[in-house]
Structures are given as structure tokens and as C-alpha cells.
Ligand binder design. Structure first.
Ligand code: GAR
Length: 191
């Protein structure tokens, strides 16, 4: 079995897409733990509903969070860590031990970096009058949204789009893309 750990800070619709793909046989993997920095993240409810263990990070500073996570994750079988709407920076201990990927709701390197997450990204794309946006899945390194790109998917930005409608389109495309990428990891096609 291919072993995943998913990190999420908010709603967790991306986590849900992974859970659903596993449950309907489209992804041969198991989620062994869901980690959140936000005790109120709906992602935690989604995990509990599916009997997936959850862990809420206690530490507030970067280095102790890295140490705490490194200790907790060492109790689990892990082939891949997936950041699915997780907003904190990943520290060196985790980067050294695990392969970590992130989903980002824009065509990186555009609209990435600190503070660029979720709806902020879509608002910036609309303000910049971009004609195309999309989602990027990339390896995580020590800089926000700068790791090697694994895959990008594009969506058209229509003149009638606002941040909400763009977000809905990007999120739908991003989920399909993520399951495809995860299948490539499971089938040993990405290293
Ligand atoms: C996703 O669109 C993901 O790309 C984005 O947050 C959303 C999470 O939604 N991630 C970032 O912006 C990271 N910089 P969810 O909580 O419903 O899964």
C-alpha cells in the first residue's frame, strides 16, 4: 500500500477528493494521518468521519513546529506528504526525511509566495486581468511555492469571472490533476 500523510489548514475539499478517490478505487493508497495547524479546520472533521487519525500542531514557531512534526511523523509509514491547502512553511527536518508535494491554485511562478494562498490568489489573478489561470503541483523546498514543478493544469479566465467563480473552476481542475499526480507517484512514475 502507498502511504500518504495529508496536511491541511482549512476546508479540506482537496483532502476529501483524495479520500473519495481512495474509497472509489481510483487511487490505490491509504491516508495514515491528517495534520493541521488549525484546530478548527473542517479538514479535521472530514478525516474523523473517515476514521483517519488526526494531529493538531501545538508549536507556534518554525523550528519547534519542524521538530514536533518530525517526531510525530516518525510514528507513521509515509511514502509521500501532501500539502493540501496547508499554509505554514515546512522546516528542514521534514524536508530532509520526506518527499513533500504542494498544490497551489495558480500557474506558478505567477501568483505564488508568502501570503498568496486560496482566495488571495484568485483575487490577484482577476485584478491582473489574466486570461488563463490554473493550478500547479510542485515539490516543496525551503521557499514558498518555489520547488520543482511536477504538473500544471490550465483554466480559462472569462471576463465574467470573479474570484469565487475562478476559485471553483481552479479547484475542480486541481483535484483531477492531484489524483492523476498521486497515481503517478503510486505507480512509481515520479521520483
Ligand atoms: C486549494 O485550492 C489549494 O491549491 C490552495 O488552497 C486550497 C485548499 O482548499 N493552496 C494554497 O493556496 C497554498 N498556497 P481546501 O482547503 O478546500 O482543500
Amino acid at each position: 500500500m502507498y502511504n500518504l500523510v495529508v496536511f491541511a489548514s482549512g476546508n479540506g475539499s482537496t483532502l476529501q477528493a483524495i479520500i473519495d478517490s481512495i474509497n472509489n478505487g481510483k487511487l490505490k493508497a491509504s491516508i495514515n494521518l491528517v495534520v493541521s495547524d488549525n484546530p478548527d479546520a473542517f479538514a479535521l472533521e472530514r478525516a474523523k468521519k473517515h476514521n483517519i487519525p488526526t494531529y493538531i500542531i501545538q508549536s507556534s514557531d518554525f523550528n519547534s513546529r519542524d521538530l514536533e512534526l518530525s517526531n510525530i511523523l516518525s510514528n507513521y509509514q509515509i511514502d509521500l506528504v501532501v500539502l493540501a491547502g496547508y499554509l505554514k512553511m515546512i522546516g528542514p527536518k521534514l524536508l530532509e526525511k520526506y518527499t513533500i508535494i504542494n498544490t497551489h491554485p495558480s500557474l506558478l511562478p505567477k501568483f505564488g509566495g508568502k501570503g498568496m494562498h486560496g482566495m488571495h490568489v484568485h483575487e490577484a489573478v482577476i485584478s491582473a486581468k489574466e486570461k488563463i489561470s490554473g493550478a500547479t503541483i510542485h515539490f516543496v523546498n525551503q521557499e514558498y511555492d518555489k520547488g520543482t514543478i511536477i504538473s500544471q493544469t490550465k483554466v480559462e479566465v472569462l471576463p465574467t469571472d470573479n474570484a469565487e467563480s475562478l476559485s471553483a473552476k481552479v479547484q475542480a481542475a486541481e483535484k483531477i490533476q492531484l489524483i492523476d499526480v498521486l497515481n503517478q507517484f503510486v505507480n512509481n512514475k515520479i521520483h
